[in-house]
Structures are given as structure tokens and as C-alpha cells.
Design a protein around this ligand. Structure first.
Ligand code: ADP
Ligand code: MG
Length: 341
């Protein structure tokens, strides 16, 4: 009996949450193209999935596919957030200096790839940046840390100290911590794309807080993706790109920052100095995979134009646009081909 009530409650829950999604759903006709567009807030940012209707894709299966995407994104956040105490990542952090923590294979692999990206970027990409965490969280009571505090805290930042076991992760020093903010969103965007394709959707756009994965077409055309002016308003673009099979991800010093005495303090940390990286205003990377684009955007931002472009050239089908700290725009050789209009 009790079991039946539980089943009933569960079903009601499904119906209810399904309804919530529907409320946020928005079916609209823009330029005579009917699309399904669903937006939700997750991982501290706004996510939108957009699917053009037509052919085999009707409203119903487009909506079902977007539901599956958001279930998947919820699952990833529950596993990888460093801000929620109950996640596997938080377990690794709270056991730093104490003991290895067994983690699900998916997370283990992601951390393994993060360590590899650490090597490939010569330490510019470093998930142990989080060891500096308390100094560079941009909450209400942000204050500029002293140089001595920074030098002390940056000692805790070194991805090469992470001990990868058979299926466990160990941070050997008590104050070490990892944060996946520079890679998890890209990974999640890729997973969203896979879920959509598994649901039979081949034309779609996934927008995770301005980071985009676009496949196929809309109304017979490639998807239009804007690159923002890092010192302009949200809708001021410096370039428009045409995309039909890949990700466009931007790291910028305008996304999370505080201005103190005319200086900008922001959320991309140079692991070598412990200070916010200062060679760029923004870095936009195109790559077939959102995870690669996400990591490279952060790494290039830290490395700066010269070293950064060298890193980009090592990746196939990967291009970058850098807005340097003096406002100048620099593009890799093939970036031009993405620009439209
Ligand atoms: P966004 O979160 O706006 O997409 P980025 O992709 O540029 O920004 O990632 C910045 C985030 O990555 C920071 O908020 C922090 O969580 C993390 N981070 C900061 N510095 C580094 C670094 N040097 N290497 C890896 N991750 C970093
Ligand atoms: Mg990013």
C-alpha cells in the first residue's frame, strides 16, 4: 500500500515538474520559422535550448528532447558543482590532506582530462585554482587581497599534485581544492548536444550562459552567433559568426568582476601569479567540442595572445579571436571563415 502511494506521488512529481518545464517553454515564429525554445536557470547561469520544427521534428518530440537535456544538466550539476556541499567534487575538497575519495568514472575522466589540459597549457589551465578560492570570490564583501596573502594562497595551486588513483582522487594538502568552473560547463553543453542527437534532433542550438553549441541549420541557414564587445552592452557585437557544427565559447573579464580604485578584478586567475590574468579582455574559441573550446578560452586568456595562439594552433578545426587588454582584436588564421556579414 505504502509503495503504491509512493509510486503515485512519484508520478505526480513527474507530471508537475513536466508542467513547470512547459510553462517556461516558448514556441515562437521568427521569420516564419517555428521553433521550440526552452530556458532554465542552472549552474549559476541561464540555459536555452532552441530547436527549429519541421520534417520529422514536431513540437512534441522537440519538447521531450529539451526535457531530457535539462534532466541531464541537473544530473551533471549534482555531480560536479563545487558550490554544493553534497557533490562528489565537494567530497574531494573536504577530504583534501586526509584521504582519497572514490568518484564516479565520468567525473574521474573529466578530472583526468583537466590535468592533461593543465600540462598542455603549461599550467595556465589549472583546476586547483580553487585553493585560492576565498580570495577571489566576488561576493558582496569583496576586498582586494594583500600581496602576502596571494603569495601564500598561490602555493596551494598546482594541478600536478593531484593524485589520481584507480578510481579515486586525492588532494594531498589540507588547503588544496579543485573547481571545475573552467571546464564543466563546456562538458555539460556537449552532453546536451549528445542527448539531443540521441533524441533524433540534428538541428539545434544550446546556449549555456552565452557559450554556444550549434548543429545543423535553422530555416536552411547556418546558426548566427554573436561575439560581444567586452566593453560594450550585452547586445553590442564585434563580430557575427555563422556556425553549423561546433561550439563558440568566450571567456571574458566582464563576466564576474569588481572594480576597485579604477582596477578590474575578475574571475580568471593566472595560476602562476595568483592574480586575475591581465593580458586579454576576452577570448572567443571555436572548436567542434564545447569542452575543448571552454578550456582553451580560459587557458588562452591566461597565456595571452602570443602563447595563446600557439596553443590554439595545436588543435584541429579550432580558431580563436582575442580582444587584447589594449582593445585590439587578434584572430587566428581560419577565424575569418566563420565570420558572416
Ligand atoms: P565562465 O564561467 O564565464 O564561462 P570561464 O570559462 O572563463 O568563465 O571560466 C572561468 C572560471 O573557471 C572561473 O569562474 C573559475 O571557476 C575557473 N577558473 C579561474 N581561473 C582558472 C584557471 N586558471 N584554470 C582553470 N579554471 C579557472
Ligand atoms: Mg567558460
Amino acid at each position: 500500500m505504502k509503495r503504491r502511494i509512493l509510486t503515485l506521488l512519484f508520478l505526480l512529481f513527474i507530471v508537475f515538474t513536466g508542467g513547470m518545464l512547459l510553462l517556461r517553454e516558448n514556441s515562437r515564429k521568427s521569420a516564419n520559422i517555428e521553433t521550440v525554445e526552452v530556458t532554465r536557470f542552472l549552474m549559476g547561469t541561464s540555459w536555452t535550448v532552441k530547436i527549429p520544427l519541421g520534417g520529422e521534428v514536431n513540437r512534441e518530440n522537440a519538447l521531450r528532447a529539451t526535457d531530457s537535456v535539462f534532466i541531464e544538466l541537473d544530473r551533471i550539476e549534482d555531480l560536479m558543482s563545487e558550490w554544493r556541499p553534497e557533490t562528489a567534487v565537494s567530497a574531494i575538497n573536504s577530504n583534501a590532506g586526509l584521504k582519497p575519495v572514490k568518484v564516479p568514472l565520468e567525473l574521474f575522466k573529466l578530472i583526468e582530462r583537466s590535468v592533461e589540459f593543465g600540462h598542455l597549457s603549461q599550467g595556465a589551465f589549472d583546476i586547483t585554482w580553487k585553493g585560492m578560492g576565498p580570495l577571489w570570490t566576488f561576493g558582496q564583501n569583496f576586498r582586494v587581497p594583500g600581496e602576502d596573502e596571494i603569495l601564500e594562497a598561490v602555493k596551494r595551486v598546482d594541478f600536478s599534485k593531484i593524485v589520481m588513483g584507480q578510481d579515486s582522487v586525492f588532494l594531498p594538502e589540507r588547503d588544496m581544492a579543485i573547481g571545475l568552473g573552467g571546464i564543466a560547463k563546456g562538458y555539460a553543453i556537449d552532453r546536451a548536444g549528445e542527448v539531443l542527437r540521441e533524441s533524433g534532433i540534428t538541428d539545434f542550438l544550446v546556449d549555456g550562459g552565452g557559450d554556444i553549441l550549434a548543429w545543423g541549420r535553422i530555416g536552411g541557414r547556418q546558426w548566427l552567433v554573436g561575439v560581444r564587445d567586452p566593453r560594450g552592452n550585452r547586445d553590442e557585437l564585434i563580430k557575427k559568426l555563422s556556425i553549423s557544427g561546433g561550439a563558440v565559447v568566450t571567456s571574458g573579464d566582464y563576466e564576474r568582476f569588481k572594480m576597485v580604485d579604477g582596477r578590474r578584478y575578475h574571475h580568471i586567475i593566472d595560476p602562476r601569479t595568483g592574480h586575475p590574468a591581465d593580458k586579454c579582455r576576452s577570448v572567443t574559441v571555436f572548436s567542434p567540442k564545447a569542452e575543448t573550446a571552454d578550456v582553451l578560452a580560459t587557458a588562452v586568456f591566461v597565456l595571452g595572445p602570443e602563447e595563446g595562439m600557439k596553443l590554439i594552433s595545436q588543435y584541429e578545426e579550432t580558431e580563436a579571436l582575442i580582444v587584447e587588454s589594449n582593445g585590439e582584436i587578434l584572430m587566428s588564421g581560419g577565424f575569418d571563415e566563420l565570420i558572416t556579414g
